[in-house]
Design a protein around this ligand. Structure first.
Ligand code: CO
Length: 633
């Protein structure tokens, strides 16, 4: 759909990907047998790009060879040459490839003990069994050798090809698969529990009746849309940015600026984790890193006009490297459109007989959806006329599930969501890395807390309170959590740019309520997903520090994560600043989440604080639409 240009941050084209793979395979024939999980641009940092916008394109390819050893290779696609190739230690291995995932399913399906366990449950038709492999790191089965790659699998039963298998968990049956040895090393069987019977389809043919269609809402822009897109560069109402799909992070934004003033150079999902808090044998060990273990961005959906996206839409395609080395195009991967967003500002002046000034708000939406197993996640970035930037993650899909049985419902760890099913308590914790470039210079980080003042001569009635700001100068000082009772916020500041009131220009990070990690910090998920211990971390920029949980997390114990990254306790008092923001939801499943979950939301806002000298939307013209109707006309 879009022509690729030669900008160093353009989306990789299908031919660039296939060229890179052939250069790699030509230089090392062994790669004919490798399987791949990742290709991405080695993005230039902001300094290199400011100095030279004509940089050569270098890409990185990651995968596993036929002996299950991880590797990564860098290829200069401008010069068509292999630059480096090195092994990745399997103690902290690269993302699972689809061939490993399919392999785990096949090995489990073919295992004699697994088939016997199915027979014990009266299941004979293997083609209706759905096997879901989950990452094998954190709690490694004793029969799996250290350094081997592994998955463990749980199973579900469909009643027909199109059925929702999650309605019928095959309770208490877990297969441990060694991917390096290519064998099932143990079938863990916690005893037969009756397979639930009810069906739980969510497609339209699966419903007894459908409600009448709501009246159509048509969104049209007869004068055309207000944004323009050239290559992957988007311009709208003074905003400029580039968008791309990273194989791990999914939707990433680059070079976000407003009225030619840079705000941040890059933002993307540095990692995420979904730890389960149940004691159920199907779930207690689950704490998947959907980014680095499963390749969140490679699971990006092709969006459909009028269904996923409503109105006047511009799409960007993305291309990914399939496990077999071929190129797959994700059509309509990124959706771009404008939305009316209610009232931007208003005042009704009662002293002037109800003189009413009102302006409408609108926003530019840049979004994508990725499906990772049973869950679907939307990444929605919103840019507003008043300088606000919002990230909203939408969570939907099918919750983790167990067959309900007598032992399961004794505590607040598992929730009965249908007469035959229980769903375990769990968290979805996201970490977004923002590489700041606020007002084109070095940045600082401040924390502000609002505190009541003590009663004394100057505050005799105890009515006074004040904001107290402190400059966070070292990495260790910037590991902080929200405190709603103190209205705590963090502010990214450019100390060398002053606004009209004489204060440095800034953007504030605003959270709603958000949890941090509940797993014990010394537990395997506590160590592997230590990024989720704090709502904010800050570091001085280093190009290779991109993933909050570590770049390679398959079978890892936390290597390379934010705890290790910040262990040097570097100075961040005035630097090329990177913040890492953790937020998410702690999910107590409810009957309404079944058979598919209505969207739940989480995220944060970035709002200008003295970045402008006054309300930047004061000059918006009134926009009273003559096409509006009411019953009073
Ligand atoms: Co959930």
């Amino acid at each position: 759909m879009t022509e690729n240009s030669n900008h160093p941050l353009s989306i990789l084209s299908a031919s660039e990907i296939s060229d890179a793979v052939s250069i790699l395979k030509k230089s090392n024939k062994e790669h004919e047998h490798s399987s791949f999980s990742y290709i991405s641009l080695n993005e230039p940092d902001k300094k290199s790009l400011k100095e030279n916008s004509n940089l050569e394109k270098i890409v990185k390819i990651v995968g596993v060879d036929k002996k299950s050893n991880g590797f990564e290779a860098e290829i200069n696609i401008s010069k068509k040459e292999l630059l480096t190739e090195k092994k990745i230690s399997n103690k902290a291995g690269p993302t699972y490839t689809l061939s490993e995932i399919f392999g785990a399913i096949e090995l489990t399906m073919g295992d004699e003990n697994y088939q016997k366990a199915l027979e014990k449950r009266g299941i004979k038709e293997l083609s209706l069994v759905q096997i879901d492999p989950w990452p094998g790191g954190g709690f490694v089965n004793k029969n799996i050798k250290s350094g081997n790659r592994a998955l463990r699998a749980i199973s579900f039963l469909k009643d027909s090809e199109k059925d929702n298998a999650y309605a019928r968990p095959i309770q208490g049956l877990i297969a441990h698969v060694d991917l390096t040895e290519k064998k099932v090393v143990e079938i863990e069987d916690h005893g037969v529990v009756k397979v639930p019977e009810a069906s739980a389809r969510y497609d339209k043919d699966g419903q007894e009746t459908l409600r009448e269609s709501p009246k159509e809402i048509a969104i049209t822009q007869p004068e055309g849309v207000g944004f323009s897109v050239k290559d992957n560069l988007i311009s709208w109402e003074g905003w400029q940015l580039r968008a791309s799909i990273d194989p791990i992070e999914g939707l990433a934004l680059h070079q976000v600026s407003l009225n030619d003033r840079p705000i941040f150079y890059r933002a993307g999902l540095s990692d995420m984790v979904v730890p389960y808090g149940s004691s159920d044998p199907m779930h207690w060990w689950k704490a998947v890193h959907d980014g680095t273990e499963y390749g969140f961005g490679t699971m990006t959906n092709s969006l459909t006009l009028g269904c996923d996206c409503l109105g006047e839409i511009y799409y960007l395609d993305a291309h990914k490297l399939a496990f077999d080395g071929s190129v797959e195009t994700i059509e309509n991967a990124i959706c771009i459109h404008e939305e009316d967003f209610g009232v931007q500002w208003k005042h009704n002046d009662a002293t002037q007989m109800g003189y009413n000034e009102v302006r409408r708000s609108r926003r530019l939406v840049v979004s994508s959806f990725a499906t990772i197993g049973n869950y679907d996640y939307g990444i929605f970035w919103y840019l507003y006329l008043d300088g606000t930037i919002q990230l909203e993650i939408k969570l939907t899909g099918v919750v983790g599930i167990s067959a309900y049985h007598a032992d399961i419902h004794k505590s607040g760890q598992d929730f009965k969501i249908s007469p035959e099913l229980a769903s375990p308590i769990h968290q979805h914790l996201f970490n977004v890395r923002i590489d700041w470039d606020l007002d084109d210079g070095e940045n600082q980080l401040y924390e502000t807390n609002v505190e009541p003042l003590p009663i004394n001569n100057t505050n005799p009635e105890g009515t006074q309170f004040q904001a107290v700001s402190s400059h966070l100068k070292k990495e260790s000082e910037a590991q902080r959590n929200i405190a709603p009772e103190k209205s705590r916020t963090w502010k990214v500041v450019n100390p060398s740019k002053l606004n009209k009131v004489g204060l440095p220009t800034a953007y504030k990070i605003l959270y709603g309520n958000t949890p941090t990690l509940l797993s014990n910090p010394n537990s395997p998920p506590g160590k592997r997903a230590a990024f989720a211990k704090y709502n904010i971390w800050a570091t001085p920029f280093q190009n290779e520090e991109r993933c909050g949980g570590g770049r390679h997390t398959v079978m890892h114990s936390g290597e390379g994560g934010l705890e290790e990254i910040t262990a040097q306790d570097r100075n961040i008092s005035e630097c090329d600043l990177v913040t890492w923001l953790t937020f998410g939801v702690t999910h107590l499943p409810r009957p309404e989440d079944w058979p598919v979950m209505p969207v739940e939301y989480c995220g944060f806002h970035l709002i200008p604080v003295g970045f402008f000298d006054q309300n930047p939307t004061i000059n918006l013209p009134p926009s009273c639409s003559s096409k509006s109707k009411s019953n009073k006309q």
